[in-house]
Design a protein around this ligand. Structure first.
Ligand code: F6P
Length: 324
């Protein structure tokens, strides 16, 4: 064990994601198995700054792997973006004897980890977001559950859309990232997919496509719209007026963030949580755990945050071709 790391903290930050509990559980149990103490920090960085910290035991995380949400609660914390925030966070860690922290969250949360690490506390990021928008990893905790939840909901909307021969615009989460929309577009066989990374705001193309599909005898028209484009209700009104096809908007919203995690989310999150505890045990800092090319690995946070993630051109083309 590294000389410095004897007590580690774990927190969840940003939007919650199914599987976060599996990751917390793994950090706690792996950390304790390695001879470290583990402290749970409530409500993300806000809880850290308010010293909402308590020791966790192997039993504290019993009966949690199957639960959605996060038992530590989560928050988005503006104070961490001030120059004083990370300094204060590091001081509080020292006061509580915490030498290292596992931060389970997205890019924004990793920036906080990066800053705390510059203040002398070891930090490890574990990718937890339903958005799949972290560049150094092909997997993020919660995406699999979220996309399956959305897919099942969209199947249901499709049934009623077909019965009524309507057009349905279904809005899925993703303010800046279109992965949920792309995956649902393919999995649900949507006629149109609007991704923040790709959409050209040419509504006339959508209208022409709906009219052409009607002429071909299609009984429904499913448009998956990412939250970042939004305005699904007003879009539905305009499309109905232009096409004469009854159009309804359904916004799936936060239901996509809840629910019991899938097997994949439980297993990957468990391995990533244990991996993060191992990194702290080895005295590593400023790292992000990732999953790339079939392997769990870790990256320097600065490098990880500098990486860019693009929607795969090929996957997008395939989704367009299959929707004909
Ligand atoms: O980052 C996860 C996410 O669910 C995004 O898809 C969405 O844009 C955002 O969080 C919503 O955040 P909030 O719950 O704060 O409205």
């Amino acid at each position: 064990m590294s000389d410095q790391v004897r007590t580690i903290g774990v927190l969840t930050s940003g939007g919650d994601a199914p599987g976060m509990n599996a990751a917390i559980r793994a950090v706690v149990r792996q950390g304790i198995a390695k001879g470290m103490k583990v402290k749970g920090i409530k409500r993300g960085y806000s809880g850290l700054l308010n010293e909402e910290i308590e020791e966790l035991t192997k039993r504290s995380v019993s009966d949690t792997i199957q639960k959605g949400g996060t038992i530590l609660q989560t928050a988005r914390c503006a104070e961490m973006r001030t120059p004083e925030g990370p300094k204060k966070a590091a001081e509080i860690c020292r006061k509580h004897g915490i030498d290292g922290i596992v931060v389970i969250g997205g890019d924004g949360s990793f920036m906080g980890a990066q800053l705390i690490s510059h203040e002398g506390i070891n930090t490890i990021g574990v990718p937890g977001t339903i958005d799949l928008d972290i560049a150094c990893t092909e997997y993020t905790i919660g995406f699999d559950t979220a996309v399956n939840t959305a897919m099942e909901a969209i199947d249901k909307v499709r049934d009623t859309s077909t019965s009524h021969e309507r057009c349905s615009i279904i809005e899925v989460m993703g303010r800046e990232a279109g992965y949920i929309a792309l995956w649902c577009g393919i999995a649900n066989g949507a006629e149109d997919i609007l991704l923040p990374e790709k959409y050209d705001y040419d509504e006339q193309k959508l209208i022409d496509n709906i009219i052409a599909n009607r002429k071909k005898g299609k009984q429904h028209h499913i448009i998956i719209n990412a939250e970042g484009i939004g305005h699904s209700t007003s879009m539905a009104k305009r499309i109905e007026a232009a096409t004469g096809v009854e159009t309804r908007a359904t916004i799936l919203g936060h239901m996509q963030r809840g629910g019991s995690p899938t097997c994949k989310d439980r297993v990957y999150a468990s391995i990533m949580g244990a991996y993060a505890a191992d990194l702290l045990y080895e005295g590593k800092t400023n790292r992000v755990v990732g999953y790339m090319h079939g392997e769990y690995m870790d990256f320097d946070i600065d490098e990880a945050l500098a990486m860019k993630k693009e929607i795969s051109e090929y996957q997008y083309e395939v989704s367009r071709m299959l929707s004909t």
